[in-house]
Design a binder for this molecule. Sequence first.
Ligand SMILES: Cc1ncc(COP(=O)(O)O)c(C=O)c1O
Length: 339
Amino acid sequence: MIDLRSDTVTKPSAAMREAMLNAAVGDDVFGEDPTVNSLEARVAELFGHEAGLYCPSGTMTNQIAINIHTRPGDEIICDEGAHIYRYEGGGTMATSGCSVKFVPSDHGRFTAEHVEAAINDTGAHWLARTRLVNIENTCNRGGGAVWSLTEVDRIRTVCNSHGLAMHMDGARIFNALAVTKETPSEWGKRFDTISICLSKGLGAPVGSILVGNKALLANARRVRKRLGGGMRQAGLLAAAGHFALDHHVDRLVDDHERAKKLGNAIADLPYVDHVMPVETNIIIFTLAGGRMAAPLLSELKEAGINAAAFGPDMIRMVLHLDVNDADVDRTIAVLRKVQ
Ligand SMILES: Cc1ncc(COP(=O)(O)O)c(C=O)c1O
């Protein structure tokens, strides 16, 4: 089966498992796990931040970030496709008591003008207090679209003048950096906090790191414990994160090339209406002529290709380290055979 549902489906390689087996460990709730400590310090330094916090998932790093930046009743500005709103079990509302305000976007990317227009007047006590801007890079529902630093800087200026914090859901930040060739620290310094996932394109089985300044991260550590995310000998898992950073960052460009090839082939299929621009490892397309995603997905599955429905007539395919050139060719051949 060629599994294109998500880049989260990768299985740890033998070498990654070996690194996990050999990890030095300790009790991380006591701050004594050397592998977790070195991974947190490594990622924080990479992104130019003071501190890092290792968490089981990107959902947890995002939700902790929201919790430490806000008070119940506050409002968060984001895109309507944002993971923090759509796919985190209502955590933004349930865990932190925040509402969200959507701004118009181009494949998940919005502008400083849209942010400025969405900020509630602080003098109007009947409105929620706007507190945080969430930027997702790359934008999952935007087809893996990549943000520009220029727009982020303009948004930062607006946030500074209104006292708003900025969080980046950087679940796929390394995919974005592989395209723009910017450094992690160039991105890091623009944000108060960033979630960096190790279990997407980087291929670790588990893990996301939240980075920020020491004071914010001390609070984040408390919230992680409160949410049940304090793990003990987590170095076994963190070792996979180190391995992923050592071996799986430079290869992301291969996923991007394969995604472009597959995206171009999909655009030529008679039953496809529209393919979102393929910028990284995600391909999202809509079907033509009232065709629905579910029956097509079943047909593909029977032919050994697994993809995900992203709407009634919308399909997502994601390239990752367990999909090679031959798999892409086979996928294209199967897609061409479907009538
Ligand atoms: C953009 C984005 N943010 C956050 C997450 C959450 O990551 P996790 O599945 O580790 O909770 C995902 C998961 O796919 C994602 O696509």
